[in-house]
Ligand binder design. Structure first.
Ligand code: ADP
Length: 481
């Protein structure tokens, strides 16, 4: 079964969040389930530079926006198509310019991505036509829309379509004046289709036009059908409830395993935990923290946004400090949050340390060296960081929301008693609940035997890609049946 994966980022070439990890892991995971996956990406500079053998596809067809289609191979042998268009050449961040605002040509950048996805189903590469087009997030959400437009022109169905929501909060909404630039029939801009409160919504286009919808955890699939978490699209999602499913992301063990991670201070595994203490000591030294062993070391690796719960972390900091615990943060994003975190570190240099920017290697050292990994999100479609924490025996402290609710079991007495506990889970997005979870983490840490038992349970959790890939493959089969 030929599957075209349409996406805007891919680890390790270009990553702004979990989307890149997922898009990198899926093609190989799907190969063992009878899928031949090729990936379509914009040739952003970082992506273009990472595909050494990229060359134009012959015969060359004229594409919109002066683009040409290249093809090449990823390090793991996955075949890729790259859309090489002049507008992709500028800007280090694919979505945002140096001024911090979305690129002025964002609608054209990502309309082209969806459009070429549909063109591949129409036969753009005579040697390879997908049976299913699987697109990810709003950047690729117009692929199923262009696919339906093409099917109308050809008077036949060209391919099945699956659309995955990684974060409903980012929707790709543009003023209606962009309509003529998208090259779609006028009827596509009606209220039942792309129109969203007088504007054009790429996300809504994907939600309405794809054969099947998925999101990255079962809980988030339910949450986005509610007004509270539906970001204005809950009505559309409720109408499509029968076609919507939640498939929890996995972890790529080649990238995230304490037993083989070349970038951490010492290797370790569930049966040989000595290396974890070395990772912890190295992390304290690297961040200039006091080398204390009594209280837990909390780590956070995150985009700095309102979504990720930094207001709770800051408001609850005294709880953590008062118990002698420490906090390291690696983040990039909101300058105001950065300033607040910087001030906290300056006020408590032995206990709080921060680094800003995007640093994949440091993310690994934090996940390995911390005792607790914090993901106290307001909402969280899946969350990968807590899954990495589980694998590294770094107990997640999370809010019971989205994929966090589906992957972490609280250290409540009954869960400790039956051996199911894997971390610390709080209910409401409220500093009182957050503080209580910090307290539970500190109290458990003072009981080393129990802590080690919970660590063992956490490390035994299996969030591999195989189960997820089996479900995606079944979904693909259902749309081509
Ligand atoms: P989201 O996609 O909402 O950012 P996820 O938890 O799904 O959240 O995925 C985040 C991914 O990005 C993880 O792999 C995490 O380690 C990584 N990450 C986030 N911020 C940084 C950073 N500043 N430096 C390095 N890696 C980061």
């Amino acid at each position: 079964m030929r599957v075209l994966q349409v996406c805007s980022e891919l680890f390790p070439l270009l990553k702004t969040g979990g989307l890149a990890d997922v898009c990198a892991a899926l093609p190989t995971a799907l190969a063992t389930h009878g899928c031949e996956v090729r990936v379509l990406l914009p040739a952003f500079p970082a992506i273009r530079a990472g595909i050494a053998d990229a060359k134009p596809l012959a015969p060359a067809f004229a594409l919109p926006e002066g683009a040409q289609l290249l093809h090449g191979t990823l390090a793991d042998s996955t075949r890729v198509y790259l859309i090489d268009a002049p507008m992709y050449a500028h800007g280090a961040n694919p979505y945002i310019g140096a001024d911090g605002l979305p690129h002025a040509d964002s609608h054209r950048r990502f309309a082209l991505l969806g459009r070429v996805g549909a063109q591949l189903a129409e036969g753009l590469d005579p040697g390879w036509q997908p049976a299913v087009v699987h697109s990810h997030d709003w950047h690729a959400a117009l692929a199923p829309v262009y696919l339906q437009a093409a099917a109308m022109r050809h008077r036949r169905r060209l391919a099945g379509s699956v659309f995955t929501i990684h974060n409903l909060a980012f929707q790709g909404v543009f003023p209606m004046v962009v309509e003529p630039e998208l090259g779609l029939p006028a009827e596509f801009f009606g209220m039942r289709r792309l129109e969203f409160y007088g504007q054009v919504s790429f996300m809504k286009g994907g939600l309405v036009h794809a054969d099947r919808l998925t999101t990255v955890s079962p809980t988030y699939a339910r949450e986005i059908q509610t007004e509270e978490q539906g970001c204005g699209l809950d009505g559309v999602l409720r109408e499509r409830a029968g076609d919507l499913s939640g498939i929890l992301n996995g972890v790529d063990p080649k990238v995230w395993s304490p037993a083989t991670d070349a970038g951490i201070a010492a290797l370790y595994s569930a049966t040989s935990m000595g290396g974890k203490a070395a990772c912890r000591t190295a992390l304290q030294a690297e961040f200039g923290l006091a080398p204390q062993q009594e209280a837990p070391l909390f780590g956070i690796v995150s985009r700095l946004t309102d979504q990720k719960g930094f207001n709770l972390v800051l408001a609850g900091l005294d709880e953590l400090l008062g118990r002698g615990a420490q906090l390291v943060v690696l983040g990039s994003g909101d300058p105001a949050l950065e300033a607040e975190l910087r001030a906290a570190a300056a006020a408590h240099p032995a206990q709080v340390a921060v680094r800003f920017g995007y640093d994949e290697a440091l993310a690994h050292r934090i996940v390995a060296g911390a005792d607790v990994i914090g993901v106290p999100s307001r909402f969280e479609p899946c969350g990968l960081t807590q899954l990495y924490g589980l694998r590294y025996g770094t107990l997640p402290l999370v809010r019971r929301v989205g994929g966090l609710a589906d992957s972490v079991v609280d250290c409540a007495l009954e869960n400790l008693a039956d051996g199911s506990a894997t971390g610390f889970v709080f209910e409401r997005f409220d500093v009182g609940d957050y503080r209580a979870a910090v307290r539970r983490a500190c109290v458990l840490h003072a009981r080393p035997d129990e802590w080690r038992r919970v660590q063992a349970t956490a490390m035994a959790q299996n969030f591999d890609w195989d189960a997820a890939a089996a479900r995606y493959a079944a979904l693909y089969r259902s749309v081509i049946a």
